[in-house]
Design a protein around this ligand. Structure first.
Ligand code: LMR
Length: 395
């Protein structure tokens, strides 16, 4: 039965997990997969999550299915978290999904049913898994310029110039905040312009929002998605709670759709539910129940916000420390961009030889292209060792 299958390459990010785990060197440093770590190298269960889990455990009386769309209270909570106090909520629908990737998959299936002849445009570079997810749905995928590889900032002029040529045959994938893999953020002015172009030329915005709260603040990180919603008739958002609630393995996400009218968006929702039924059927409940309880219990919500702020501050402080140390070691400002990036990632723009040398000679595990997860640097010792390794492979 299986002998005719062609072997498939392993996802490079997933592959790194195994390579790191099997490396016996005690000085190894994991700046690979995008998982937040504290200064002991642990990915902690947030206190707000633990408290919510205890309350759910004590109160739960059944494990019966919740339904194809998941818990509607959770869905409403996600609409509020992402879109804030904006008008027009009657044009929004949300469906609980297994993780942000589940949302990307369902939305892509639904969009392909709606408009199979469109091209999805992704940033160059983008998260490696965007291509397989969109292609699996059937879409043609192409890219627009994003990173200036010299300055490590967004090349907004080039990006906007390319996007201004797109129209009603196109879908444009945007990272809501904390761009993966680069860490380089769009300015608010650029978001405004993307919204204006979408409204004028008719391309369809598709936002991947996986790190809300990890960049600047919960509301600032939603600037892009809220701006687009004000300007365009319809759009979709794939949201994840893996990072901002630390619920990675529980698989909590949400597919959000904005339509021109409530009737139109109901059509999108029903097609999403059909796509869910024919793949995994009902979403897992536990993680979404935790998020819902936290967001609707004032004491838990306040604890969560404090914890999220602490995670963000650790990332920001590591960014500053890494820039400072590298400035000192190289007597140059060439790595200062690390401080200005947002979220867990920075793309250092390294070639294969350099990332291989980081791994083989210095036990530093970074994703291809030199994507680092800054939160993987445990303490000053690791930060120093990482900086030394980086200087060694780039000089
Ligand atoms: C990452 O980019 O490291 C995360 O989004 C985790 C993943 O599944 O790739």
């Amino acid at each position: 039965m299986f002998e005719k299958l062609a072997p498939t390459p392993e996802d490079p990010i997933i592959k790194l997990i195994g390579l790191y785990k099997n490396d016996p060197r005690s000085n190894k440093i994991d700046v690979g997969i995008g998982v937040f770590k504290d200064n002991n190298g642990n990915t902690p269960i947030m206190e707000s999550v633990r408290l919510a889990e205890t309350r759910i455990h004590d109160a739960q009386t059944t494990k019966a299915y919740v339904g194809l769309a998941g818990d509607e209270n959770f869905n409403q909570t996600m609409i509020d978290l992402i879109f804030g106090d904006h008008n027009g909520k009657e044009r929004i629908r949300a469906v609980q999904t297994p993780g942000g990737c589940g949302a990307l998959r369902l939305l892509s299936d639904m969009l392909f049913r709606a408009a199979s002849d469109r091209t999805i445009w992704v940033s160059d570079p983008t998260w490696g898994n965007h291509y397989p997810v969109f292609r699996q749905a059937g879409f043609k995928v192409d890219s627009y310029p994003y990173l200036n590889r010299e300055t490590k900032t967004v090349n907004e002029d080039e990006m906007l110039s390319k996007i201004s040529q797109l129209g009603t045959n196109d879908i444009v994938l945007l990272h809501g905040c904390c761009h993966n893999p680069t860490g380089a953020e769009l300015s608010e002015e650029a978001w405004d312009e993307v919204g204006n172009l979408a409204a004028k030329n008719g391309f369809f915005p598709y936002v991947d929002l996986a790190y809300q709260g990890f960049g600047n603040s919960l509301s600032q990180d939603a600037y892009g998605v809220r701006t687009l919603m004000e300007k365009v008739e319809s759009m979709v958002v794939a949201a994840s709670c893996s990072k901002n609630f630390g619920l990675y393995r529980e698989r909590v996400g949400c597919a959000l759709m904005v339509g021109k009218t409530s009737e139109e968006v109901d059509l999108a929702r029903s097609n999403i539910l059909t796509a869910a039924r024919s793949s995994y059927s009902m979403p897992p409940d536990h993680g979404a129940a935790v998020v819902n309880l936290i967001m609707n219990s004032p004491d838990l919500k306040s604890t969560w916000e404090t914890e999220l702020t602490a995670m963000r501050n650790r990332i920001l402080s590591l960014r500053k420390q890494a820039s400072d140390v590298l400035r000192e070691k190289t007597d140059s400002e060439k790595w200062d961009f690390i401080e200005h990036h947002r979220g867990m990632f920075s793309l250092l723009v390294l070639n294969q030889e350099q990332t291989d040398a980081l791994m083989h000679e210095h036990a530093v595990y970074a994703v291809a292209g030199g994507r680092i997860n800054i939160a993987g640097l445990r303490n000053d010792e690791q930060l120093n060792a990482f900086a030394d390794a980086l200087v060694a492979v780039t000089s």
